[in-house]
Design a protein around this ligand. Structure first.
Ligand SMILES: [Zn+2]
Length: 249
């Protein structure tokens, strides 16, 4: 239902053609962003995914050498459901991705390859949830490092004098990134109306079946995503929406 309160979030700009989602792990995109991706690909926009790791340390009962390939397959399936057929894995080690120049360079290279106008990623703050609530949950180191590096790489990608070895690989500077949208932050500014895309979002997260089955506490995927989207919808004054903090690059 539509909220009767005054919207606090602005509509996410959609006057662009190409977006790149950059995250640490398989499934990070599916906790909300995928619903926005479903809307965007439905509009004819191109969206590609770049993942720093293959999520190989993410299933307690499955060793990394089995879990990594399994989770790549699940991530590709999750992308297909929302109209994404380009999914890249950069091969960083799951769980211990450092914030360093190697990571920034690898992300800058990905941005130069894909030439997006918009980058989306997830919260890189210390916590999920309001920091002053006493209910905040520690955010994973990989999310903190990859999210911050994605922001920095959005700018690095446009500077020919940073990571000059990328030029040797034929990757010319790309300064066309207009802004980065960060989902699940404590300080959202914009939101994407995803009314009509909830089912695609649920199916996309459900595609991570081995991961979900390996969780100690079963997750009610539909209830969780509905909750996220209702909260965003309230901010935008629509039924369902996914919120982002927009940062200009
Ligand atoms: Zn993650």
């Amino acid at each position: 239902m539509s909220s009767s309160t005054t919207p606090t979030l602005q509509p996410f700009p959609e006057d662009w053609e190409r977006a790149l989602a950059i995250v640490a792990h398989p499934d990070d995109i599916e906790y909300g962003i995928a619903m926005a991706v479903a809307r965007w690909t439905g509009q004819g926009k191109q969206v590609a995914y770049v993942l720093a790791t293959s999520g190989e340390a993410g299933i307690d009962g499955v060793p990394p050498d089995e879990a990594g390939p399994l989770r790549e397959v699940e991530q590709r399936a999750a992308g297909e459901i929302v109209g994404v057929d380009t999914v890249e894995f950069l091969g960083f080690t799951d769980g211990i991705v450092p914030y360093d120049l190697e990571l920034r360079s690898a992300l800058a290279a990905a941005i130069r390859r894909h030439r997006p106008e918009v980058i989306v990623t997830i919260n890189h703050e210390l916590t999920f949830g309001p920091a002053d609530s006493g209910e905040a949950v520690l955010n994973m180191a990989d999310h903190r490092h990859v999210g911050l590096a994605a922001l920095d790489a959005a700018r690095d990608a446009g500077n020919r004098w940073i990571f000059t070895d990328l030029l040797d690989e034929g990757l010319e500077p790309w300064d066309g990134v207009r802004f980065v949208g960060i989902s699940a932050t404590s300080t959202p500014t914009h939101a994407v109306d995803v009314t009509g895309h909830l089912d695609a979002g649920v199916a996309s997260l459900d595609a991570h079946r081995a991961y979900l089955d390996g969780l100690a506490d079963p997750l009610d995927v539909r209830a969780m995503l509905t909750g996220f989207a209702r909260a965003g919808g309230e901010g935008l004054g629509v039924d369902l929406a996914i919120s982002f903090q927009v940062i200009r690059v």
